[in-house]
Design a protein around this ligand. Sequence first.
Ligand SMILES: [Mg+2]
Length: 226
Amino acid sequence: MNYSLIIFDWDGTLMDSVGRIVSSMQYTARVVGLNVPSESAVRDIIGISLLPAIDRLFGRLNEVQMAQFMQVYRQQYVYDDATPTGLFDGAHELLSDLRSRGFRLAVATGKARHGLERVWDETNSRHYFDYSRCADESESKPSPKMLLELTEQAGVGVQQALMIGDSIHDMQMAQRAQMAAIGVSFGAHDSAQLKAAGAHAIISQLSELSSYVADDSSAVALKELL
Ligand SMILES: [Mg+2]
């Protein structure tokens, strides 16, 4: 398969942010006076947009609770929570290698635009990406809309694009767009969950992706899975 566009999820795929999301979400629930969700409950909503994620974890909040939730969560996640985040090992090398080999790269994320811009600045990684779609510009995963907008913008068919993500929402989004998807096993969901959600292959570290799209036999193996 001759891919020309590789689309990455952000949190849990390129950035090691799952721990901070879980602890910030639990802290915010405590402060706002909601039931504190378990770690696995929070992991399950990572990847979808914040508003539907809050709905799923806590039920419908009233306007005052929602405003307080958003304010506390943002303050906690961005400024106060000390759980370290950064790009996963090998991320810079992978992105730079893929670009030098002529692939175009994109991000499809449940983050809001201001959140993606902030972490691009913090990790000096904006320059790798040709295109991006954020939660506040499109529909929440698993709607295929972000992927369809990205392929349209890049002028490629969905068959020429490959989605990489760590959550079942990424895999379901790709499946609904009829796009091939590779799951990473080090983020929100494990290999079995990702496969059940439609992953065509699983990698356990980012560097494996490089050979996946380079090696002809792997490319053929992936094609046969589709
Ligand atoms: Mg993710």
